[in-house]
Write a protein that binds this ligand. Structure first.
Ligand code: ADP
Ligand code: MG
Length: 238
């Protein structure tokens, strides 16, 4: 079980306050989007959960564990960035298996996991190729594969589709939804695209200047926006 509970999370950079007291409860297996305009603190919040930021205050719990200062818990968390960097000199199989091998996993278990992930993401026929021999969408699948092959309890994605063209974004969105249904892993997905958030998530966290403006289902946000900021953001053209 990996629900996430965040209490009064604060984070700034120098004199710039970015996260101004975030409280969130995310259920086990939920698909949650962090939605908001550029600069509102989405990436900082996600990076904080991933343990990549030194916090100014607050607590983060994953399941029963307080992971605020517990680096080892981050083994259970995998993250995919917008500018995912595959290892250019390694083929796809090696890109997928490298992290597991580093952790000393048995060869047979590594192969089982890589084959399984390649099957799920439909990249089996690409396992022998180098990243430069892949299309943008194929690369993004490999980047996602590299995260899920670790079998994380929590899967974090920071605008993973924003470098893809519009058609491919829609395809990948459908695939991500299917992946979530199949894995059942708790997922947090950062986007500034309200359509993406509304179509993908069980619930959406709307962030406004480092505060949670509303946390609700897509229908709640659409029919009962908590304030003008949410109404304006959800209703705005892309
Ligand atoms: P978003 O992902 O919503 O676009 P970010 O979390 O990346 O927003 O950034 C929120 C604010 O924090 C922005 O004003 C950004 O410039 C600032 N910021 C983010 N990371 C750093 C950093 N490492 N050092 C200084 N300022 C940062
Ligand atoms: Mg960002």
């Amino acid at each position: 079980m990996a629900p996430i509970r965040i209490d009064n999370l604060r984070k700034g950079f120098g004199s710039l306050e970015v996260l101004k007291g975030i409280d969130l409860d995310i259920a086990d297996g939920e698909f949650v989007c962090f939605l908001g305009p550029s600069g509102c603190g989405k990436s900082t919040l996600l990076r904080s959960i991933a343990g990549l930021e030194k916090l100014d205050g607050g607590t983060i719990r994953l399941g029963e564990r307080d992971i605020t200062h517990e680096a080892s818990a981050r083994r259970d968390i995998a993250m995919v960035f917008q500018n995912y960097a595959l290892y250019p000199h390694m083929n796809v199989r090696r890109n997928l298996s490298f992290g597991l091998a580093l952790n000393g996993m048995k060869r047979s278990e590594i192969d089982r996991r890589v084959d399984n992930v390649a099957d799920i993401l439909r990249i089996k026929e690409l396992l022998g190729r180098k990243p430069r021999q892949l299309s943008g969408g194929q690369r993004q699948r490999v980047a996602i594969g590299r995260a899920i092959v670790r079998e994380p309890k929590l899967f974090l994605l920071d605008e993973p589709l924003s470098n893809l063209d519009a058609g491919l974004r829609v395809t990948m969105r459908v695939e991500l939804a299917a992946l979530h249904a199949r894995l059942g892993t708790t997922m947090i997905y950062v986007t500034h695209d309200q359509v993406e958030a509304m179509t993908l998530s069980n619930r959406v966290v709307v962030l406004d200047k480092g505060r949670v403006s509303q946390f609700g289902t897509p229908l709640e946000l659409f029919y009962q926006p908590a304030n003008l900021f949410v109404a304006g953001f959800i209703g705005s053209p892309r």
